[in-house]
Write a protein that binds this ligand. Structure first.
Ligand SMILES: *Cc1c(COP(=O)(O)O)cnc(C)c1O
Length: 391
């Protein structure tokens, strides 16, 4: 029997073998010619993945939370006002970080499983001058995706910037940073970008760079300060050695390989594939009579799904049965419903066959937990979606 289980949590995800080989290659000096090329070309490829030709990419050791903090440390000055859109756990985290830097935070809190209304955002923007608005593109605690296409335009109309937590979206969920005029997008390596945990990545558009340059106060976080990082990014991109803090050589190697694979697939094709995975799983969930955390189809993310256990099914027993089928799902994260739902990550290299495997495990686990349903209904519904997509 296979020892390795299929990891289907919302990060870390399953990584491509060539990405893991790149990670395991001999560590070189961070100023070796080979590595300078790898770092430089990774920065260039990042612009294509974020679809932001004019953005300034940053590759920094750390997790997604650090990427959030770097954005805040560079943009917030004490006394600023920030508007935070909350669609789950990670919106609250953003607000918490912003407060630590001395800004006043107003929140718009979406109903659980719902998204934020554009009207409510506009009302707030009209009532106050905000330096920027933060939004969690996909909140990993609820599986809710916020439609951010018009948000940049709206925020700019009122003189505010828009900062997007794309940790669970970049390279999976549809996102055109430049076309949608988003001033800063941040992410981490271990989610849809498909690289083991350890990299904080940011793409900073010119307006946000200007915002950082025109600040009047000193940045008190030494490690986060763009002043230290910008010359390093510029040097590597010009294929020159540089140093501020030692880059994680192996992870950058792995990032380079993953970005190459992502661009080889192509961004649009990748967005469509993620949508298909979501649609297939969604059809199965509905056919089995289960309910999702997102309150309607249009707000369900394409990178992960959040699903309630049906009445009478014990969550830990269910997840144990899933584990016996060779798959790992994640439990709940949102404090209000933590023990009432589970989460399935389907981002990065995931293929329809793995969704089918997940649905099969769900059916077997539900059956063993005493839930009544028509065996095979979920599989059939998903297969119909996958078959229809091929012609
Ligand atoms: C995972 C995640 C984070 C935090 O990233 P870490 O790497 O765990 O620090 C932040 N925001 C969102 C939307 C996430 O999914």
């Amino acid at each position: 029997m296979k020892r390795r289980k299929l990891l289907m949590i919302p990060g870390p995800i399953e990584f491509e073998p060539s990405v893991l080989r790149a990670l395991g290659a001999q560590t070189t000096s961070h100023v070796a010619a080979d590595f300078i090329e790898i770092f430089g070309s990774s920065l260039e490829m990042m612009r294509k993945v974020f679809l932001s030709e004019s953005g300034q990419p940053f590759i920094i050791s750390g997790s997604g939370t650090l990427a959030m903090e770097i954005a805040v440390a560079n943009l917030v000055e004490p006394g600023d006002r920030v508007l935070t859109l909350v669609t789950g756990y990670f919106g609250d985290r953003f607000a918490e970080i912003i407060m630590r830097y001395g800004a006043e935070v107003d929140k718009i809190i979406a109903p659980l499983g719902g998204s934020v209304e554009m009207d409510a955002i506009e009302q707030k923007l009209k009532s106050q001058r905000y330096k920027f608005v933060t939004v969690t593109h996909v909140d990993t605690s609820t599986g809710v995706v916020v439609d951010v296409k018009q948000l940049g335009q709206l925020a700019h109309k009122y003189g505010a910037m828009i900062v997007l937590d794309g940790v669970c979206s970049v390279a999976g969920e549809e996102l055109y940073q430049e076309d949608w005029d988003i001033d800063l997008v941040l992410t981490a390596s271990q989610k849809a970008l498909g690289v083991p945990p350890g990299l904080a990545l940011l793409m900073v558009a010119p307006r946000a760079i200007d915002g950082w340059r025109s600040r009047k106060t000193y940045i008190s976080n030494y490690y986060a300060d763009f002043t230290n990082w910008l010359p390093v990014m510029n040097s590597y991109e010009a294929r020159k050695p540089s140093y501020f803090a030692t880059p994680p050589v192996n992870l950058v190697n792995a990032l380079n390989e993953s970005l190459r694979l992502i661009l080889k697939e192509g961004m649009e094709v990748r967005f469509i594939r993620h949508r298909l995975l979501r649609d297939g799983l969604q059809a199965a969930i509905e056919a089995l009579g289960l309910k999702q955390v997102p309150i309607k189809r249009e707000v369900a993310a394409t990178t992960l799904s959040a699903i309630y256990y049906p009445d009478g099914v014990d969550g830990s027993k269910f997840l144990n049965k899933i584990n016996s089928e060779g798959i790992i799902f994640a439990g709940g994260l949102h404090p209000e419903i933590r023990n009432r739902y589970f989460r399935i990550g389907h981002m990065g290299p995931t293929v329809p066959g793995e969704i089918i495997q997940a649905i099969s495990a769900i059916e077997i686990a539900l059956n063993k937990c005493g839930y009544k349903f028509e065996v095979g209904a979920g599989l059939t519904a998903a297969e119909r979606i996958f078959l229809n997509s091929r012609n």
